[in-house]
Design a protein around this ligand. Structure first.
Ligand code: PCA
Length: 209
């Protein structure tokens, strides 16, 4: 990596909710170390833990000083790749995290603003993924579980340090092998397709950093 190479931090999450796998983890690891334009991807897998998850993200941001941050998560009820627009200052966990904690009606940071917008070019990313033949949409809610918490925490950290670093979140559908194990039908997307969608998103982002 020479001096002009920039780092893009790409995170996924470990499996949660009784699942054995998480597409976001597999996609992040598949792209670790890869180059995109003049940038290099550094991947990390975050724990699904209300303290450990946000903490791990902040540690990686402090370690790599990335030029952009893209966090990935699994959303098993989504039918398409969902490029998140808004992170809200709220936790209302629909299931316990991997430490068994289930928070209800709590702010992430009582001093923080109610919400942040993603600082990624959300519409352009979405349009480019669609142009690549992969179903995608802009989503107006990242939920109120760990994904939203990590998304909010990253944006809040950058804002409070006045760092202009594009940061955002993309939710991925479940993998076919996960969808085949649940009783009610859900959509799924192959690992290969999800990896390609994230590559397209990173390519859009690297042109802006
Ligand atoms: N999805 C969860 C947390 C971890 C993940 O991959 C969410 O949507 O909040």
């Amino acid at each position: 990596m020479n001096d002009s190479t920039k780092t893009i931090l790409l995170t996924g999450f470990e499996p949660f909710g009784g699942s054995q796998t998480n597409p976001s983890q597999l996609v992040a690891l598949a792209l670790d170390g890869k180059g995109v334009g003049r940038s290099q991807i550094k991947s990390a897998v975050l724990p699904v833990d209300r303290t450990g998850g946000p903490q791990a993200l902040l540690e990686k941001m402090a370690l790599y000083h990335p030029a952009a941050v893209v966090c990935l998560g699994e959303a098993s009820r989504r039918t398409v790749v969902s490029v998140e627009k808004i992170a809200v200052n709220w936790m209302d966990f629909r299931i316990p995290d991997n430490q068994g904690e289930q928070l209800c009606d709590q702010m992430i940071d009582p001093e923080g603003p109610a919400a942040y917008f993603s600082t990624l070019p959300v519409r352009e990313i979405c349009m480019e993924i669609l142009s690549g033949g992969i179903p995608a949409k802009i989503s107006m809610s990242a939920g109120t579980f760990l994904c939203n918490q990590v998304f909010y925490t990253g944006l809040h950290s950058l804002a409070t340090q006045s760092l202009v670093v594009p940061m955002g979140f993309i939710h991925l559908p479940s993998l076919p092998e996960q969808a085949s194990r649940v009783s009610s039908p859900i959509a799924s997307m192959s690992l290969e397709t999800s990896v390609r969608a994230v590559e397209i998103a990173l390519d859009v982002i690297q042109k802006r950093i």
